[in-house]
Ligand binder design. Structure first.
Ligand code: DLL
Length: 432
């Protein structure tokens, strides 16, 4: 049930003592080893000795993705290059990727954290785990790989793509745990169903899904279609990769592994800290990473922190599943819209598949939102009247949830693009 009960269930006061020791250490290390951090700390007049309590964290400046870009590729590394044993990179929408590095100790930490996360998701030594995240510069594949090996599960390092082959192997090798993006899991389910295969031929029990936003409704859909228990795993390359936080089987928020990370929630506009239970931008400080320590990294992910104890016995604080990003929030005619709200509406109304696309355009001076969604096969073969009613229902529901009228375009099943990795849900054609 636990991978590392000592740390995962440590009384919080004791955990805070561990955090403080590690925080002092990391601030000292970046101050002396990374010119970028030294300058930033000097700018705000903070020296390593000034960190005397966890409250002092607030004195430290934030770090952003732009800082990593400005120091491309290796200038934020805090160790000598000969100590770096691996790099990963995340592709951004603009220009150069964000590069992250790991020492041998970092890889060890990461495997430990992923072993914890995969254990939360039901993986044991007897599991057969199919890793359908991409292997390569993306952290998903290799991150899950080393965690699963540490547990001693049987690893199928299949990487993303080639759906038919994924399903053949899932059946023939008796996969019990699937890990990939939630949208790819839906696609796998769909293809399996379309092959007319029987679910009883699969041994699948658990799904560990993340790397992109998904909703509670999407979980229900995946659990029903694949007949599994599906849990949410969170992480980002800059902080370590997957394994920063993970749900336990209670499925009531993701435990952030607090002996390695300190989370905060801030107001994304003012940068002020927000109390537990309030929604804002998640900020993370790494406590143990050697190659690329991060002080108060602004994730741009919107969440909130849940301090109440969890029934699973883990003492680590939980984050609410990611509710959106400060940068994927669309502002349409002055209204804030998150793609996740649209997803929830679509799944609630029913009659559609979890494949949708938001297209935002500007006609004259007016923004327009079009929601394209695939209808289910049964619905599609229904009478035209049924489709009209469905379109009307979705439009109506979107209007009351978003406070915005949207054009709804119902499209045939299997016509919107599928992705093996992260799905793109928004096309913004406005030239602002
Ligand atoms: O996506 C790491 C990862 C791999 C996480 C596999 C989970 C599983 P990046 O490519 O750097 O790293 O993208 C990080 O993806 O800031 C979030 O916006 C988003 N993200 C990751 N996990 C979740 C999740 C990996 N469970 C960015 N829910 C993050 C919602 C997620 N968004």
């Amino acid at each position: 049930m636990y991978w590392n009960q000592h740390y995962e269930c440590m009384p919080h006061q004791q955990l805070e003592a561990v955090q403080l020791e590690r925080l002092k250490n990391i601030v000292e290390r970046v101050y002396y080893n990374v010119p970028f951090y030294r300058h930033k700390l000097q700018e705000v007049g903070v020296e390593p000795g000034d960190i005397q309590s966890l409250e002092d964290l607030k004195k430290l400046p934030f770090t952003t993705k732009q800082d990593l870009r400005d120091n491309y590729p290796f200038n934020m590394f805090a160790t000598s290059m000969s100590d770096i044993v691996r790099v990963h990179a995340s592709s951004g929408t603009t220009g150069k990727p964000t590069v992250v590095g790991y020492t041998r100790a970092d890889l060890n930490t990461w495997a430990e954290l992923m072993a914890r996360a995969l254990t939360c998701g039901g993986t044991t030594k007897s599991s057969v785990i199919q890793i359908a995240y991409g292997y390569g510069l993306f952290t998903g594949g290799l991150g899950a790989h080393y965690g699963a090996e540490r547990i001693g599960a049987m690893v199928i390092p299949i990487s993303g793509g080639n759906t038919q082959r994924q399903l053949m192997i899932m059946k023939d090798f008796g996969t019990t745990v699937l890990t990939c993006t939630p949208s790819y899991a839906i696609h796998l389910a769909e293809v399996w169903e379309s092959m007319g295969e029987d679910r009883s031929q699969l041994k699948l029990q658990y799904g560990i899904f993340g790397a992109e936003p998904w909703s509670e409704r999407m979980r229900q859909e995946l659990e029903k279609r694949l007949q599994i228990s599906a849990i949410d795993i969170y992480g980002l390359s800059e902080v370590i990769g997957p394994g920063v936080a993970c749900e336990c089987q209670e499925k009531k928020g993701l435990h952030i592994f607090e002996d390695h990370f300190i989370p905060e929630i801030i107001d994304p506009v003012t940068g002020e800290n927000l109390p537990y239970g309030e929604k804002g931008e998640l900020v993370i400080t790494t406590l143990t990473k050697e190659a690329l320590p991060m002080l108060r990294y602004r994730t741009r992910d919107i969440s909130m922190l849940i301090k109440e104890p969890c029934a699973c016995g883990r003492t680590h604080i939980r984050m609410h599943r990611v509710m959106g990003r400060t940068d994927d929030m669309l502002i349409i005619r002055g209204v804030n819209v998150f793609p996740s709200q649209v997803e929830t509406v679509l799944l609630e109304v029913g009659g559609t598949e979890p494949h949708y696309l938001l297209i935002v355009d500007r006609k004259g001076s007016l923004d327009e939102l079009e929601v394209q969604v695939e209808v289910s096969a049964e619905m599609f073969s229904d009478k035209v009247k049924g489709l009209e009613d469905l379109g009307h229902k979705i439009r109506h529901r979107l209007e009351s949830v978003l406070g915005l009228t949207a054009k709804v375009k119902l499209v045939e099943p299997h016509t919107l693009p599928r992705s093996e990795g992260k799905t793109q849900r928004v096309i913004d054609r406005r030239k602002i």
